[in-house]
Design a protein around this ligand. Structure first.
Ligand code: ASP
Length: 592
């Protein structure tokens, strides 16, 4: 191998001020070309790109060697920084070039399968297959550095605020966070499995019982669930827990953290205290428990206005205790065609909605999909309910509340996106508080915990546990929402073993299950558990939001694809029979 030329500068930092200096850079050949007697090569490292010229005084053997350079050769170059003849305004180093005196070729490269340029449009899977090449892109390196700086801000903030960073086990017992577990078989305990933590929830609560008082961890979590653009099977949380606090104390610390994070990472001043919406308000006004407040388009309940109308779809819904709600997409009448609306109808069907009613208010007339059932006067009265003016488009949906909320919540965001209203550089943060404690699961035919079963019901609602009025029970749970994403969530915890036991029972866990799954946990609460609560931020999501992207894979060095596979290493893989034998495991694919 050619000798190592020790770096004096990163490529991207050289400027006018360096003219006349002898420098050494190390990196990869971005591109090279010959022009008369001169060879030009752009050398790239994690900081950026600099132009090197071979000729103009470069020793002949070095020029000769430069002739063999190709894209992605890994090289070292020593030379003198000179002013460029033709400047490149677009490049930060575009004023200068290095006139080479020495060249080392550390490694040659085959023709790379992907372009190593920020603006390539290669398919996601190919980028992931050659992730190590993809990572050479300056934008990817900037992202990794950004994320690393975030770790620093996080650790500094929490350390300064009296939090102790503690690692909790990865080989653990299942923690219910609503997803499936990744299981790890134990060789020395045949037939038994660890679960990778869906979160360090129980450990952090046990740390509070253990007297830690304030805990933080940048924790890897694992959840086996269907993937979306903002989800990965393994992801990172900023996980924390505090003792002797109430919800306001926890929120105050987290707001101070977010303020610092936005300031240090983006130079943005976040105004605190952040607004808070109750879960009921969020759902009724925005159709979502993670509302995007960068735009309006609020939901309006029109049940009262249409309860006696002649349109049966509405009157029937109301009679059955369902909802009739709509949104005034102001100024949008001309912006969406009949065809667009037909597509919207199709998309809301995926949420269980049967259809959509549309009303267009024009200067002299009101058009709608229900003209047969409503007179112009009735339509005008409806428009008034929405505060509609000429040029507005109203969309209305009826049905069970969860259907109406999710359909309209979806339309709100979808239309805002189509209208270009989602500015990634604008940040709207809020807390959603007062979540219901339970939600009914059709699939499981039982109530499940909306946050997790360790969340404390509101004190004044505990009485409904006895009467079985579970829908009336709200929890001391809160989510931090940023631009329509749940960036974090937490709760005040139950610290009374009896109440914890009751909650497990309400969730229809048998006595046996409670003992085997949570016995150790319930026992711990018999020995002086402090009141406590906490929260976890999704670190990847925060990073994604701060960088203004909506693809979580951009901010993770080696992410999984939509099928939870690492296309580069091809994990997961089959394993050797011997390994299975050691684990007493037999594979039975036939049954599936
Ligand atoms: N363990 C919870 C979660 O992962 C966060 C918390 O309640 O602190 O969502």
């Amino acid at each position: 191998m050619d000798k190592l030329l020790k770096r004096t500068h990163y490529c991207g930092v050289l400027r006018k001020e360096n003219i006349g200096e002898k420098v050494t850079v190390n990196g990869w050949v971005q591109k090279n070309r010959r022009l008369g007697n001169l060879i030009f090569a752009d050398i790239r490292d994690r900081s950026g790109i600099v132009q090197v010229v071979f000729g103009n005084g470069t020793p002949a053997d070095v020029v000769e060697k430069a002739n063999s350079l190709r894209g992605e050769y890994c090289v070292g170059v020593t030379g003198t920084v000179c002013e460029r003849e033709s400047k490149n305004e677009e490049l930060e180093t575009g004023f200068i070039e290095i006139v080479a005196e020495e060249l080392s070729i550390y490694s040659e490269s085959d023709t790379p399968p992907i372009y190593i340029k920020d603006d390539d449009n290669v398919s996601g899977d190919l980028r992931l297959k050659y992730r190590y090449l993809d990572l050479r892109k300056p934008s990817m390196q900037k992202t990794l550095q950004f994320r690393s700086r975030m770790y620093n801000v996080i650790r500094n903030f929490y350390f300064e605020n009296g939090f102790t960073e503690i690692e909790t086990p990865v080989l653990a017992k299942p923690t219910p966070e609503g997803a499936r577990d990744y299981l790890v078989p134990s060789r020395v305990n045949p037939g038994k499995f660890y679960a990778l933590p869906q979160s360090p929830q129980q450990f952090k609560q046990l740390l509070m019982i253990g007297g830690t008082d304030r805990y933080v961890q940048i924790a890897k979590c694992y959840r086996d669930e269907d993937l979306r653009a903002d989800r990965q099977p393994e992801f990172t949380q900023i996980d924390l827990e505090m003792s002797f606090v109430d919800q306001d104390d926890i929120i105050a610390v987290q707001e101070a953290f977010l303020k610092r994070l936005f300031k240090e990472m983006k130079g943005i001043d976040i105004e605190t205290p952040l607004p808070r919406l109750s879960w009921d308000e969020a759902m009724n006004h925005f159709g979502s428990d993670k509302p995007d407040l960068r735009f309006g388009f609020e939901l309006v309940d029109i049940a009262e206005a249409v309860k006696d109308c002649s349109f049966e779809v509405f009157t029937k819904a109301i009679a059955e205790g369902e909802k009739v709600m709509g949104i005034n997409f102001n100024g949008c009448s001309e912006k969406f065609s009949r065809k667009d609306i037909d597509k919207m109808v199709e998309s809301v069907k995926t949420f269980g909605a049967k259809g959509l009613v549309w009303i267009r208010k024009e200067a002299n007339e009101i058009k709608s999909s229900v003209n047969k059932f409503f007179s112009q006067e009735e339509l005008a009265a409806l428009c008034d309910k929405f505060g509609a003016k000429a040029g507005d488009l109203i969309l209305i949906c009826s049905g069970p509340k969860t259907v109406v909320w999710s359909a309209l919540g979806f339309l709100r965001r979808d239309l805002a996106s189509k209208l270009g209203m989602l500015d990634p550089n604008e940040y709207k943060l809020l807390w959603v508080v007062d979540f219901p404690m339970f939600e009914w699961s059709e699939e499981e035919q039982r109530y499940t915990a909306m946050h997790h079963p360790f969340t404390s019901p509101k004190k004044e609602h505990i009485k409904y546990l006895k009467t079985g009025e579970l829908d009336k029970i709200y929890a001391d749970a809160y989510d931090i929402v940023i631009n329509g994403y749940e960036a974090g969530g937490g709760s005040i915890r139950i610290h009374d073993s009896e109440l914890q036991q009751t909650i497990f029972e309400v969730l229809r866990l048998s006595e046996d299950e409670i003992r085997t799954r949570f016995g150790f946990f319930i026992d711990a609460f018999k020995y002086g558990a402090p009141p406590h609560g906490g929260l976890a931020f999704g670190l990847d999501r925060l990073c994604m939001l701060l960088l203004g992207t909506d693809d979580i894979r951009q901010v993770i060095a080696f992410p999984k694809n939509q099928n939870a596979q690492c296309v580069m290493s091809e994990a997961p893989t089959i394993v050797l029979q011997q390994q299975l034998d050691e684990l007493s495991i037999a594979i039975n694919l036939a049954e599936k």
